[in-house]
Write a new protein. Sequence first.
Length: 86
Amino acid sequence: MSVAVRAGDGRRVLAGGHYTVTPDRFRDCLAALDWSQRGLAQRLGLQPTTVRRWAAGTGRIPEEVARWLERVAQPLRREPRPGRMA
């Protein structure tokens, strides 16, 4: 897998036009959503080891997952949740 274009924000387009995100960006999206890797695995019906591999950079994040996660997390990165309220 060779990277054709890489944006400085953690998104990248692979040779052949496939879109993905870096493991750092992937973890940032999960953090913005306050989701654990295990929680994402449950939402997607996957084994937790699959999501752990994506977060570690040892497995390729499927394009549809990368795009979906970016769309879902984007509003929360722009407008973060307030801190924990007492």
